[in-house]
Design a protein around this ligand. Structure first.
Ligand SMILES: Nc1ncnc2c1ncn2[C@@H]1O[C@H](COP(=O)(O)OP(=O)(O)OP(=O)(O)O)[C@@H](O)[C@H]1O
Ligand SMILES: [Mg+2]
Length: 226
């Protein structure tokens, strides 16, 4: 049996003064797979990702269990909220400041991570000149340089044109296949399920469907005629 990278059991969560936004959610994602999380606006997808990331420490879940096996990386919808340094290389190196690394080791980590997302040739480029899809890949490289093994991506293609969308999902697919990364990817685009191993469909805070991407895609199609 393959190891589980993300496990959520009977998770119930409410924002203060509001009814529960996540209700008894349970699912698990095997290590080394790409899963997509879908659901209508307000169904609790971003809340779930924030809880998994550990960034949301208050309020605490009302009940349930969350488990991540591996170092986490997070990719936001808007890369401009995540990239801070003037050049690609400096940005990927930025997150390494807290680690006791030599300059040579930092350089190696940055070069390896940029190679893994296909941007080795852009190490000296100014961030502001990159396309949206390239910026997202720099954000992914930043996570890889910090040795992230589990990536949480909250609608990473929402602001991208169709070519860049396809590039990014293929880039993540490759990282999953070649580096053993696990990824949980929030999307509104059913077409992206083509690249996924599995999928979870959330509605009104509850997990309505989970399983192979193909099965979930068919079931969503039947529900919404999509
Ligand atoms: N910081 C917050 N404080 C209070 N309520 C919040 C907060 N963040 C989200 N909510 C509420 O929680 C519910 C779920 O929001 P969430 O952002 O998780 O949904 P989502 O599925 O990611 O939606 P979308 O597809 O629009 O991104 C919504 O009713 C939202 O208003
Ligand atoms: Mg959201």
């Amino acid at each position: 049996m393959s190891k589980v990278a993300i496990r959520v059991e009977h998770l119930t969560f409410a924002w203060p003064g509001r009814p529960p936004v996540l209700k008894e959610c349970s699912f698990s994602i095997p290590t080394g797979e790409l899963w997509m999380l879908l659901g209508p606006n307000g169904s609790g997808k971003s809340t779930l990702l924030q809880l998994l990331s550990g960034a949301l420490t208050y309020p605490k879940p009302l009940s349930g269990h969350l488990e991540i096996n591996g170092r986490l990386g997070y990719v936001f919808q808007n890369p401009d909220h995540q990239l801070f340094m003037p050049t690609v290389g400096a940005d990927v190196a930025f997150g390494l400041g807290a680690e006791p690394l030599t300059l040579v080791e930092i350089r190696q980590r940055v070069e390896t991570a940029l190679g893994q997302v296909g941007l080795s040739h852009m190490i000296r480029r100014p961030i502001h000149g990159l396309s949206g899809g390239q910026k997202q890949r720099v954000a992914v490289a930043g996570a890889l340089a910090r040795r992230a093994q589990v990536l949480l991506l909250d609608e990473p293609t929402a602001l991208l044109d169709p070519d860049s969308q396809a590039d990014l999902v293929q880039c993540i697919r490759q990282l999953v296949d070649q580096e053993g990364i696990t990824a949980l990817w929030v999307t509104h685009r059913l077409a992206e399920l083509e690249w996924a191993d599995g999928a979870i469909f959330l509605s009104e805070g509850q997990v309505r469907q989970q399983g192979s991407a193909q099965m979930v895609r068919q079931q969503i199609g039947q529900l919404f005629g999509a």
